[in-house]
Design a protein around this ligand. Structure first.
Ligand code: GAR
Length: 191
């Protein structure tokens, strides 16, 4: 059974999908803890599923590195096999990436390497792209630059706003993320 620690910043809708998948007895992975860099709404999903949560508030630390040290300490307590960034809107410090690499995966709402960074959906719209997508990658030291594990195209429709496009991308992200976690857990996909 693969154990997962999931890190979020926001509403945690992708986290919720993962929690639902992992609650099926046949699913080969379990979420052991959910952490956040702020008082994220999505922590409520974990609580509903009886999963322990922790918060390491980014704003409470003088540097990203200091924040990362505390985050790593919290993660270590759960000894996760895999860390899933599911809407964590912070770059992990290099020391944290090095500590767990390649066992950190990230979901991103664009077809990487197109539109990396914090505003993948907004940037695709601003560029006038006719299609964008969703990607699941291995986290490395760069910004959304690690090896791509899965990705799929999503069309940009006339009249799309950032919100409508993001809402169409998220179900694709969820499907890809759950599939990647399952394939890692079964050994189909080796990091
Ligand atoms: C997701 O679309 C995720 O890919 C994105 O934040 C959203 C979180 O939604 N992450 C990034 O943009 C990271 N660069 P959720 O909180 O509803 O799961």
């Amino acid at each position: 059974m693969l154990t997962l620690a999931v890190l979020i910043s926001g509403t945690g809708s992708n986290l919720r999908a993962l929690l639902e998948a992992a609650s099926h007895p046949d699913f080969p992975a379990r979420v052991v803890a959910v952490g956040a860099d702020r008082d994220a709404d999505g922590l409520a999903h974990a609580e509903e599923f009886g999963i322990p949560t922790f918060t390491v508030p980014y704003s409470a630390y003088p540097t990203r590195e200091a924040w990362g040290e505390e985050l790593a300490e919290q993660l270590d307590a759960w000894q996760p096999d895999l860390i899933v960034l599911s809407g964590l809107m912070r770059l992990l410090p290099a020391a944290v990436v090095a500590r767990y690499a390649p066992r950190i995966v990230n979901t991103h709402p664009a077809y990487l390497p197109e539109f990396p960074g914090a505003h993948g959906v907004r940037d695709a719209l601003a560029a006038g792209a006719e299609q964008t997508g969703a990607s699941v990658i291995v986290v490395d030291d760069g910004v959304d630059s690690g090896p791509i594990l899965a990705q799929e195209r999503v069309a940009v429709l006339p009249g799309d706003t950032e919100a409508t496009l993001h809402e169409r991308i998220k179900p694709v992200e969820r499907r890809l993320l759950i599939d990647v976690v399952e394939r890692i857990a079964t050994g189909d996909l080796v990091l």
